[in-house]
Design a protein around this ligand. Structure first.
Ligand SMILES: [Mg+2]
Length: 202
């Protein structure tokens, strides 16, 4: 029997990404940002123009900062168990210029867990010398034929639910609060809750 596929986001699901990124920002640019301020739209978050945000982005990516991200406690342990029953794919919107950093970090923190890493590429920037392939995560979910999605961004969970794919909204973050979760989307505050969810699927 073929194993069902779970698509798992990296940033703020497997890694404490926002925290690590903001710590770098606060040190490097003297910002005083907290998780409450975090947004995927960096120019807005920093309150700088797009050009400055781009320069800072390049500084950040070239710093290799993602290599130092902390991993989520319990995640590897839960995933090792899930890997027996599911195919686990890492799906990320991370830019391909840090593809090697991403692969190395996953190999170190989550060894032998993921079958593959797929980049949606929606944030890829041609200026970085990487051909922009503007594919959304929803496109990936369809192409890969995934059966479950785990992501901390509500928009990706909604996209999955729209495709009829059950989604787990990971974490209880300032950026993923909502009054009501649509059907097909279940919040898991941490990896224990993810484990409980899948234990209930048998
Ligand atoms: Mg994420």
């Amino acid at each position: 029997m073929t194993k069902p596929i779970i698509a798992i986001d990296i940033d703020d699901v497997l890694a404490d990404s926002a925290e690590g990124f903001l710590a770098f920002s606060n040190e490097r640019w003297n910002t005083r940002l907290t998780l409450e301020d975090y947004s995927e739209h960096w120019a807005e978050m920093w309150q700088v123009n797009l050009e400055e945000a781009k320069l800072r982005g390049t500084t950040w990516f070239e710093s290799g900062g993602t290599r130092r991200f902390r991993h989520k406690p319990m995640a590897a342990e839960v995933l090792q168990e899930l890997a027996k029953r599911y195919v686990l794919l890492a799906t990320t919107s991370r830019r391909r210029i840090i593809q090697q950093d991403t692969a190395d970090w996953l190999a170190e923190r989550y060894p032998d867990i993921f079958t593959a890493v797929h980049h949606a590429g929606i944030f890829d920037d041609p200026d970085h010398g990487v051909e922009a392939i503007l594919v959304t995560k929803a496109d990936l979910y369809i192409d890969l034929g995934v059966n479950y999605v785990i992501d901390d961004q509500l928009k990706h969970c909604l996209a999955a639910a729209d495709l009829g794919v059950p989604a787990i909204l990971f974490g209880d973050y300032p950026w993923n609060q909502t009054d009501e979760l649509p059907s097909g989307v279940t919040r898991a505050a941490n990896w224990q809750a993810v484990k409980d969810y899948f234990d209930g699927q048998d």
